[in-house]
Design a protein around this ligand. Structure first.
Ligand code: C2O
Length: 540
């Protein structure tokens, strides 16, 4: 295994989209940012220099960070931010991991422009468990706001209302053919392909607040991996990818020539949520196609296409081969039920919100960000930063069901963690609530992969639902969509000591407090404790 060195200089870059320009925060002036390449078991050292007037951290989304929580990245959870003018070296090892992941800023809304791909190839000489592609391509889906995204969220927090939705979706940084008020552009990403070849598409959703459908006209895709875990290959015409999720799919270029539209469009089946109905387009461009050839178009699924989304998620199963077994915990030490949803809290200064603000909560607790990092407080035993009384079940008096009209929509505030002994097994059922409105939530857990053992609509019922769990080949991932008005259950083994963030990967919901953390204790063995913090770890 190798040690790979990367230099990430965080700099401003003036960028034009949708006929208007703004300075954006980038790594090395690139948007989307540079791809981090490595192989399984490599050690990666990324020196991040903050050259902008904004606090920065970078998270390596999906990298397990075994015993190296100091390199995980979420601000005030595992580290204090890198201040302007400062730098920090993220040092981690990709133990037993290969596939596609993403890196992104993990402070405020900076990840809207500060993100890129992580491509981890198998160890040298180890083949993929699917036919070798002729070529590999990274496809990053995103969102674009004409205004500064920090302003977008700050204004929303002041008013107590929801922030503005984005002005466009993007594919590899470009919105495609756009024709809106006072602007029509042809900023189209072109994917050049040759006929009769197989391409591995590494599709990443780096959008802030939108789950996305992804489709290519005239072509089927064979899904082979999600969130850097191999799955049983299956063919589909539509891929669903939530923020933070990744999907590897094989594309066979079985046409002779031509131009084919690629679309990325919103999936949100809650009727009351403000989302954009925008579609980003790109083109698959066969070499040798005449410029005059018309492009084959495709219609994206409607934004509320629940069935299309379900068909995709239901098809995902772990590869579970001899070489890549699904090690699902068969017994459970901690059985937890977490409600996820919104709430309304008093806010005397929120004029537009009529004295109240929208918040979000897990088990009715709206997480309050600490002013020093939880991991440091844990390691150095600093008192008063967090409490360990995060409820493992929803409070009795709280109507958490998937049906709207809860008795009270007010949440409690706290910086609470749930403590887990080393190597204990955990089952979490995430239950969407109808407080304000049921809505799907892509929930991400740092530090672990988990197995998605079940899901359903309505309220989770342990008596009937638990018996139907898939403990054989459930999909293994790091981010999972809780169905609108439904539930999802996952299991993992707490074999990674540290403090691990769990939150909705809709940035707006994270901001509103839909987050909590697990604190996993050290084990007793020689390689079962958190390593000491590096010397250059930023201080708060
Ligand atoms: Cu991709 Cu905590 O985030």
């Amino acid at each position: 295994c190798k040690v790979r060195h990367y230099k990430f200089n965080v700099v401003l870059k003036n960028t034009t989209r949708l006929c208007s320009s703004k300075p954006i925060v980038t790594v090395n002036g690139k948007f989307p940012g540079p791809t981090l390449y490595a192989r399984e078991d490599d050690t990666v050292l990324v020196k991040v220099r903050n050259l902008v007037n904004h606090n920065v951290t970078i998270h390596w989304h999906g990298v397990r960070q075994i015993r190296t929580g100091w390199a995980d990245g979420p601000a005030y959870i595992t580290q204090c931010p890198i201040l302007p003018g400062q730098s920090y070296v993220y040092n981690f090892t990709l133990t037993g991991q290969r596939g596609t992941l993403l890196w992104h800023a993990h402070v405020n809304w900076l990840r809207s422009t500060l993100h890129g791909a992580i491509v981890i190839l198998p160890k040298l000489g180890v083949p993929y468990p699917f036919p070798k592609p002729n070529k590999e391509l990274v496809i990053i889906l995103g969102e674009w706001w004409k205004s500064d995204t920090e302003d977008v969220i700050n204004e929303a927090l002041k008013s107590g209302l929801a922030p503005n939705v984005s002005d466009a979706h993007t594919i590899n940084g470009l919105p495609g053919t756009v024709s809106v008020a006072n602007c029509s552009t042809q900023d189209v990403y072109k994917l050049p392909v040759e006929s009769g070849k197989t391409y591995l598409l590494r599709i990443i959703n780096a959008a802030l607040n939108e789950e996305l459908f992804f489709k290519i006209a005239g072509h089927l895709l064979t899904v082979v991996e999600v969130d850097a875990s191999y799955v049983k290959p299956f063919k589909t015409d539509t891929i669903l990818v939530a923020p933070g999720q990744t999907t590897n799919a094989l594309l066979t270029t079985d046409q002779n020539s031509g131009k084919y539209t690629i679309v990325a469009s919103t999936f949100m089946d809650s009727p009351v949520v403000a989302v954009d109905n925008l579609t980003a387009t790109a083109t698959l461009h066969y070499t040798g196609t005449l410029a005059t050839t018309p492009t084959v178009l495709i219609t994206p699924p409607p934004r509320n296409a629940t069935q299309v989304a379900n068909n995709f998620t239901k098809a995902l199963k772990s590869l579970n081969s001899k070489k890549y077994p699904a090690n699902v915990p068969l017994t459970v030490d901690h059985s937890l039920l977490f409600t996820v949803g919104l709430g309304i809290n008093p806010c005397p200064s929120c004029k537009a919100g009529n004295g109240s603000r929208v918040v979000a909560a897990v088990n009715n607790v709206t997480f309050v960000m600490p002013t020093t990092a939880l991991l440091q407080a844990h390691y150095f035993n600093t008192q008063g930063v967090f409490t360990t009384d995060f409820p493992g079940n929803p409070p009795q008096v709280y109507n958490y069901t998937a049906t709207p009209a809860a008795a009270s929509s007010q949440t409690t505030n706290g910086t609470k963690v749930y403590r887990l002994p080393f190597n204990s097994t955990v089952q979490v059922v995430l239950q969407d609530t109808g407080v304000i409105a049921p809505e799907s939530h892509p929930i991400h857990l740092h530090g672990f992969n988990f197995f998605v053992v079940g899901s359903g609509v309505g309220n989770y019922d342990p008596k009937t639902d638990a018996g139907n769990f898939n403990l054989v080949d459930p999909v293994e991932r790091n981010t999972i969509g809780v169905p609108t008005g439904g539930w999802v259950a996952f299991r993992f083994r707490a074999d990674n000591p540290g403090v691990w963030f769990l939150h909705c990967h809709f940035e707006v919901h994270t901001t509103w407090g839909l987050k909590m953390a697990f604190l996993v204790d050290n084990g007793k063995g020689p390689n079962e404790s958190l390593i000491p913090p590096p010397n250059d770890l930023p201080k708060c």
